[in-house]
Design a protein around this ligand. Structure first.
Ligand SMILES: [Zn+2]
Ligand SMILES: [Zn+2]
Length: 245
């Protein structure tokens, strides 16, 4: 029995038994025999290079491996393989691209800032000149998946026309993507003496029922209008008596 045999085996491949790759045929640094030596063998799994067929050894405990024989790839190959691997990873895990990767903006009309201004004061009170936010999905994807500040220029269905502050472009947007800006509404209400919009003090507290409309989309305001439209005037049949006789 040699002195080494009875000692517990180290958890990891001892560094002394790593290969010496200076010679064409790798040798163990300590045993001086062909690598892997009997000490190193239990820590390794044998494999085969998929591109050149050379034997490969994978460490069973640590993320490292060895490729015997001449190198079968250049640094450029390694970089390309890594890029391909990353590409495959991103294909499997798609994410919203960062803002500078959005598609090109299509051509849109540009116009000067609309001169009029309107601040909603009650449910359904939406007119051209209202400042609003266009939510993501309202504009072409070239404008990104962010909210854009805009001014309503034409109210309508199925689409409203808005003027976008960012670049003075004019867009047709579905009213469910338009959200009136709360700040001017709040400022006007405060100026008129309103002290609170909420059921209790604090931002998270629910809005008072009479102020819930400030979070409505333009679509909701239009629905409110349609539901509360004055009934069409009934036409009196003034000719009726003529037929009666
Ligand atoms: Zn050895
Ligand atoms: Zn190879």
């Amino acid at each position: 029995m040699t002195g080494e045999d009875w000692r517990p085996r180290p958890i990891y491949l001892p560094d002394a038994h790593l290969p010496n790759s200076a010679d064409p045929a790798w040798t163990c640094r300590q045993c001086r025999t062909l690598w892997p030596c009997p000490t190193a063998e239990p820590y390794l799994t044998r494999g085969q290079c998929s591109s050149c067929g050379s034997p490969t050894y994978w460490d069973t405990k640590l993320p490292r491996h060895w490729h015997l024989g001449p190198r079968c790839y250049t640094p450029a190959d390694a970089l390309r393989a890594e890029a391909e691997e990353l590409h495959q990873h991103h294909q499997r895990n798609p994410r919203y691209p960062p803002s500078h990767y959005y598609p090109d903006k299509p051509r849109r009309r540009r116009r000067q800032r609309p001169p009029y201004d309107h601040t909603p004061s009650r449910p359904g009170d939406i007119e051209p000149g209202t400042t609003l936010w266009v939510s993501p999905g309202g504009l072409h994807p070239g404008w990104g998946d962010i909210h854009h500040l805009a001014i309503l220029t034409t109210l309508g269905r199925p689409k409203c026309e808005v003027w976008v502050w960012l670049d003075s472009t004019v867009h047709l947007v579905r009213p469910e993507h338009l959200l009136p800006d709360i700040s001017p509404i709040r400022n006007a209400a405060r100026a008129a003496g309103v002290t609170t919009f909420r059921q209790q003090p604090g931002r998270q507290s629910p809005l008072l029922p009479e102020w819930q409309w400030i979070t409505w989309t333009v679509d909701r305001h239009l629905q409110h209008r349609e539901q509360h439209a004055p009934p069409p005037p009934t036409i009196e049949a003034v000719q009726e008596p003529l037929f009666a006789s």
